[in-house]
Write a protein that binds this ligand. Structure first.
Ligand code: AMP
Length: 291
């Protein structure tokens, strides 16, 4: 009972976080990290729950990382709801919220960054220059700061998950990366902090991307192996509406995210759809019959 009543600690400084975690580690406690940019929703909560089940100490980081935004307007408009976020962490039994100011994470513009090759060539990497370098760099910093036993990432950002996994493997970072299935709203729309930006009129349109991905999933499950054919069918499922603009819809290899022509093994179908001024992404795993 007392543990449930323990207030979540909100820590802004790296040295204070390290001191707190050193105590936990000395006591033999395992540490789970959930990196986020805040504006927490049910998707983040699922990551927290899995972290809670798997570790003695759970740290949620909340940091809107300027390094991974390719557009200043997107950074400026990114939702920031720290008080509500701390409340959500508290109710999920999180021990520590690490919410550093930008100057704490970047006292100087970093001269050392992490770039993962190849996996970032397509999809979001192609349309958001520098995004994955900024993301990989901040994730590496968070892993160095927290030194968790496990870190939790959503499959909703499949390319991000692949980049993080590869970075951790290539650079021998001693952490277990735990993937968490995408949490969706009732109509199937993937939960996202950016959904907050959708107007009431835009919200029902936003599910168009997931519907297109479901068309792909169904046609591959029914035996379609030709990527071009499958993509044509799926693209046709997106309604003609001036508020909708498909940025990309692609099928890639599930390990290195390179484009493929035939679906002979499990693959990732991923898309980015603009709904008005809001850019949404989603993906599904395609599994050919018998695999
Ligand atoms: P973000 O705050 O958007 O950077 O997301 C933080 C973490 O939550 C990332 O690992 C995301 O993949 C994950 N995440 C975001 N939305 C969802 C969702 N709908 N389902 C599962 N995980 C999610």
């Amino acid at each position: 009972v007392t543990e449930k009543l323990m207030a979540v600690a909100v820590i802004e400084r790296i040295d204070r976080l390290r001191a707190r975690l050193a105590d936990a580690r000395r006591d033999g406690q395992t540490i789970g990290l959930v990196p986020t940019m805040g504006a927490l929703h049910a998707g983040h909560r699922e990551l927290m729950r899995q972290a809670r089940r798997g570790n003695e100490v759970v740290v949620v980081s909340i940091f809107v990382n300027p390094l991974q935004f390719d557009r200043q307007d997107d950074l400026d408009r990114y939702p920031r709801t720290l008080d509500a976020d701390v409340g959500a962490c508290q109710s999920e039994g999180v021990d520590i919220v690490f919410a550093p100011p930008a100057a704490e994470m970047y006292p100087d513009p970093p001269l050392s960054t992490v770039r993962v090759g190849r996996i970032v060539d397509r999809l979001c990497g192609q349309f958001r220059p520098g995004h994955f370098d900024g993301m990989a760099t901040v994730v590496m910093k968070l892993l160095q700061i927290v030194q968790p036993d496990a870190a939790y990432f959503g499959e909703k950002d499949a390319q991000q998950l692949a980049v993080v996994r590869r970075m951790v493997a290539d650079l021998n970072v001693p952490v277990r990366i735990v993937p968490v299935a995408t949490v969706r709203d009732g109509d199937g729309l993937a939960m996202s902090s950016r959904n907050q930006r959708l107007s009431r009129e835009e919200r029902p349109l936003a599910v168009a991307l997931y519907r297109a991905l479901r068309v792909l999933e169904a046609s591959v499950a029914a035996g379609e192996t030709d990527v071009a054919t499958a993509l044509r069918q799926a693209t046709a499922a997106i309604p003609h509406d001036e508020r909708l603009r498909l940025e990309y819809l692609e099928i890639v290899d599930e390990h290195d995210f390179q484009p493929i022509e035939r679906i002979a093994a499990p693959a990732i179908a991923a898309g980015a759809l603009w709904v008005g001024q809001t850019r949404l992404i989603d993906n599904v795993r395609l599994v050919p019959p018998g695999r």
